[in-house]
Design a protein around this ligand. Structure first.
Ligand code: HAM
Length: 422
């Protein structure tokens, strides 16, 4: 045998088992999104690179985007995220759309990252966004959706926490400790990396970026102040709404949450394993200028994206992965000899017409081999029509679970299987 060509690094093959999880997750996402009245939409998988240049941030655009030049000479990117496409789609039809606009989507994204646990180069995201409700109180709706989704999957506040912060609050605090505006993006990046670096390396990184030791010390104190949210009227109100909604247990204030994307302007949040195991399960926040930045009139939005890779890691850890059927048919019609193959095919058609998912063994091989196959794929019933039965106008069903065998008049087969599989 020749060498098998390897798949691209950081991508995953979806055999039926993996596909079953992906489809199940999509189903759960749809249920929760629709429960809150959100409509499904999608955007192209290819976008002009300049769309992201506007506001996503340098790391995403320069280091992580999968970019190529198409035959017409345009710089195209596989989408690394959805929010700029959403902003573009809103800007395009800004006058016709009805606000507040509630939209969700599930699909693939690509980022050139170092593959590791919970991180791949091709991943799926659930995006959900509320556009055109400018009041920060509506951020509580998106946070509630996160909590409702976890609840739906059986993920408790003991498993996972949703950590919330506010960029306006952090702006004000940074000004207070003497960080001037020009250094703000650098300091945000530092805050974002605080958990990913050792303290001494983090400090050196800060010094290299031009921060004094005094500023770094104040920053450390700031990042440990868990009561800071009381100084943000926005956060005080959002937490109080979440409390009234009954979701408060899922939420913590965390001054270290800043999120890497440049377009967030107010509330920012992420969900993480309570033991801080692995990267964020989801991340999001409020963006007030993105629709304007892609050419529309100013319009505020808030939303988040959750990724399938980390979600699977977490559900596995919590013992919450569902058992999913991977074989849709539980009936196998066997073929007794070469001459009766066409009859078996016809029997299968009849069963399918009666609404029963049915496999027909597609060629004549020993019956034993066919039964073994039916067992291995997890079928429950095999249908057998031997020459004696055919002559008497009868047919046999074998239940592979109980080993029971029932012979019946040919015309009763579909009804029998229907009631037996119910
Ligand atoms: P993000 O923070 O870049 O936000 O990504 C959101 C989530 O996507 C992350 O928390 C993580 O779970 C997942 N993710 C990102 N990169 C990878 C990767 N390489 N492998 C696996 N999972 C990954 C956004 O994308 C924003 N557009 C979200 C948003 C929607 N903000 C407002 N609306």
């Amino acid at each position: 045998m020749g060498e098998i060509v390897q798949r691209v690094k950081g991508t995953r093959d979806f055999y039926p088992e993996e596909m079953a999880f992906r489809s199940w997750l999509y189903g759960q996402i749809r249920e929760v999104s629709e429960r809150f009245g959100y409509q499904e939409f999608d955007a192209p998988f290819l976008e002009k690179l300049e769309l992201y240049a506007a506001k996503s941030g340098e790391e995403l655009v320069k280091e992580q985007a999968f970019v190529f030049t198409d035959r017409g000479g345009s710089e195209i990117s596989l989408r690394p995220e959805l929010t700029p496409s959403l902003a573009r789609m809103v800007a395009q039809r800004q006058k016709e759309l009805v606000y507040p606009l509630r939209l969700w989507s599930f699909g693939p994204f690509w980022r050139y990252e170092q593959p590791q646990k919970g991180r791949t180069r091709e991943f799926f995201q659930w995006n959900i966004d509320l556009i055109g409700a400018a009041g920060y109180q509506s951020d509580a709706e998106l946070l509630a959706i996160c909590a409702a989704f976890f609840q739906q999957l059986g993920v408790t506040p003991q498993h996972t926490r949703i950590n919330v912060n506010n960029r306006r609050l952090m702006d004000a605090q940074l000004r207070k400790i003497g960080v001037d505006d020009a250094l703000k993006p650098t300091v945000f990046r530092m805050i974002d990396r605080r958990d990913k670096m050792r303290m001494d390396a983090w400090r050196t990184y800060g010094q290299e970026q031009g921060l004094t030791d005094a500023v770094i010390d104040s920053l450390v104190t700031l990042l440990e102040n868990k009561a800071l949210w009381n100084e943000s009227p926005e956060l005080v109100e959002i937490f109080s709404i979440l409390d009234r909604m009954g979701y408060a247990d899922y939420f913590d204030f965390d001054p270290q949450v800043i999120r890497g994307l440049l377009y967030y302007t107010g509330t920012v949040f992420e969900a993480r394993d309570a033991a801080r195991d692995g990267r964020a399960l989801l991340g999001g926040g409020r963006y007030e200028n993105l629709v304007g930045d892609v050419g529309g009139d100013p319009l505020s939005g808030v939303g988040f994206a959750m990724c399938d890779v980390m979600m699977q890691v977490a559900l596995e850890k919590y013992g919450l992965l569902p058992e999913l059927a991977v074989q849709p048919a539980r009936i196998v019609v066997t073929c007794f000899d070469a001459d009766s193959l066409a009859d078996s095919y016809a029997t299968a058609v009849e069963l399918r017409a009666a609404g029963l998912n049915t496999i027909c063994y597609p060629e004549f091989v020993k019956l034993d081999k066919q039964l073994k196959y039916a067992n291995r794929i997890g079928a429950k019933f095999v249908v057998i029509a031997g020459p004696d039965e055919v002559a008497a106008g009868k047919i046999t069903v074998k239940n592979l679970e109980t080993r029971e065998q029932t012979t019946m008049v040919r015309g009763e087969l579909a009804a029998f299987l229907k009631s037996a599989s119910a």
